[in-house]
Design a protein around this ligand. Sequence first.
Ligand code: DP6
Length: 349
Amino acid sequence: WVIMVTAQTPTNIAVIKYWGKRDEKLILPVNDSISVTLDPVHLCTTTTVAVSPSFALFRIGCGLMGRYQFSCVFPFFSREIRARACDVEDKERGIKISKKDWEKLHVHIASYNNFPTAAGLASSAAGFACLVFALAKLMNAKEDNSELSAIARQGSGSACRSLFGGFVKWKMGKVEDGSDSLAVQVVDEKHWDDLVIIIAVVSSRQKETSSTTGMRETVETSLLLQHRAKEIVPKRIIQMEEAIKNRDFASFAHLTCADSNQFHAVCLDTCPPIFYMNDTSHRIISCVEKWNRSVGTPQVAYTFDAGPNAVLIAHNRKAAAQLLQKLLFYFPPNSDTELNSYVLGDKSI
Ligand code: DP6
């Protein structure tokens, strides 16, 4: 016999960035962060987990995670969820798994992405969140998504925010064991559903400095990071929550762009400096800034993670259509810029 659960989890994009850990093992951040979770239609991981008394039911697919990263984290996730497992019963098929049986049974995983992993958009966030959620459902764990986020966090920090839709805050927490470092939903996905998210794929190459290595070097060498974490982000978090709750796009766009720029400034302040954006990324910023200024009120916000790809958040469909026209004009397909594909990471259409 076999019992299976399939879960689907989208990736998330931070509008107030997480960068820097105060505890590398538990993955505890130096500041709170806020993200928007994409619609599950785009950029998501689907994971099936199954339990059976027999071995090697199906092969492990890597999904968003590299095999190495995956094999390191799976035993931890599995142990954590097993500790929370409850009885599972399928009366029709006469299957009963009691809490203590989970030790003896074999758990199998298959996972895939609905977008090319090599597109430079790979984020472990969706993969880890999906695995934790699917295991929790399989083992009938009663913990809520916030509690599960504390487990997903220990796979990859940003993963904890993918346990919810809409806008999500990862509270850095204060206690040493990390038990209060959790994700909470700020507003659900229906709250601000006229936003349109477009990801401009500037480069599909693997980033040179991984987030984990980059963060470590920043924490060790950047004074700007300390100022950011203590003085800037706490205020921005309050302002961002306010802007989201009031659907105040002007404030939202201002804070999103400023925080992305400060994150990249912190990367430059690292020794040796880390360059995630390239000339095309810079040209996209100029294009959006000019357009927003010419209209008078912001139409689009931009944000860049640890790579050159632009995440563009348009106020509404009209602004998104105009933005695409502009991008196609300034960066025509097959021109010498690397910008040649767009992914709708939209949460509304
Ligand atoms: C720039 O969550 O990938 O995307 O915790 O080391 O796995 P680890 O890092 P990761 O870092 C994400 C960094 C970011 C900003 C963000 O998502 O908040």
